[in-house]
Design a protein around this ligand. Structure first.
Ligand SMILES: Cc1cc2nc3c(=O)[nH]c(=O)nc-3n(C[C@H](O)[C@H](O)[C@H](O)COP(=O)(O)O)c2cc1C
Length: 236
């Protein structure tokens, strides 16, 4: 009987069943108390969407424009294999070209310094929360890095991206693209290459829907005003 997987969590649940326990535990786990691991995911809930359309129409000036057909053509879906200490897969939704020299940073002071050294791109990453527990969630430092860089190079992020709405939030906070780690492993475990394709298509579909409901017809229309800190919203 074929299983219907409708979200990344479904892939993880199935992967857990098919992988040897030690392998699944190795993939899913983080450092020490795994505080940062949980926070990478939770950070996305600290941002709320500010725009929600009741239908697939939005008002732009006096004209009604259809936003159901989102233009993702400025985004290319790429599967990249990045080799560092070990071989890991990172997949990303990326606009434009691949970064030639991409440096991982986790703060503004680092990003500004990296720009001075002439990097082509910056990846905000805490290595999937597998190194130093207690460091901030990557989404929480993304905006600081974007501000420090001031448009001098592309900024990417990874860590905890599990939904199309997460992708939209990261783009709104200034990421040019997001990378995913564990979801790719869950896709591979479930159905090899086909499973990875399914994961990427799922996230693309979710992103398209989130964009439509936010009134965005293209990735270039995703702006900072689309999200606000949820704690700020709750005080209004
Ligand atoms: C099993 C596993 C091994 C990893 N090994 C490395 C590594 O050697 N070096 C590194 O920079 N990141 C490593 N990462 C982190 C990923 O490259 C990526 O940053 C992270 O998985 C993204 O977060 P996500 O899994 O929440 O999507 C690893 C991740 C996993 C799941």
């Amino acid at each position: 009987m074929s299983v219907q997987r409708v979200c990344v969590a479904d892939f993880e649940e199935e992967a857990k069943k098919v992988l040897p326990k030690a392998v699944y535990d190795y993939y899913r786990s983080g450092a020490d108390e795994q505080t940062t691991l949980a926070d990478n995911v939770a950070a996305f809930n600290r941002y709320a969407h500010t725009h929600t359309l009741n239908s697939c129409f939005c008002l732009s000036g006096t004209k009604k424009s259809l936003v159901w057909h989102r233009d993702l053509t400025s985004s290319q879906l790429l599967a990249m294999q990045i080799r560092n200490q070990s071989t890991v897969f990172r997949c990303c939704l990326v606009q434009g070209k691949l970064p030639l020299q991409c440096l991982c940073v986790s703060s503004g002071e680092d990003a500004a310094q990296a720009v001075i050294y002439g990097v082509d791109g910056i990846l905000v990453s805490n290595h999937g929360a597998r190194q130093l527990d207690g460091v901030p969630a990557t989404l929480d430092v993304l905006e600081e890095v974007v501000q420090a860089v001031q448009g001098r190079c592309d900024v990417y992020m990874d860590g905890g991206v599990r939904r199309g709405t997460d992708v939209l939030k990261a783009l709104a906070l200034g990421a040019k693209a997001v990378f995913i780690g564990r979801p790719v492993l869950w896709g591979l475990a479930c159905q090899g290459e086909q499973g990875v394709t399914e994961i990427l298509e799922l996230l693309k579909d979710e992103l398209r829907l989130a964009m439509a409901l936010s009134g965005c017809r293209s990735v270039s229309e995703v702006s900072r005003s689309l999200v606000r800190r949820a704690d700020f919203t709750s005080r209004m």
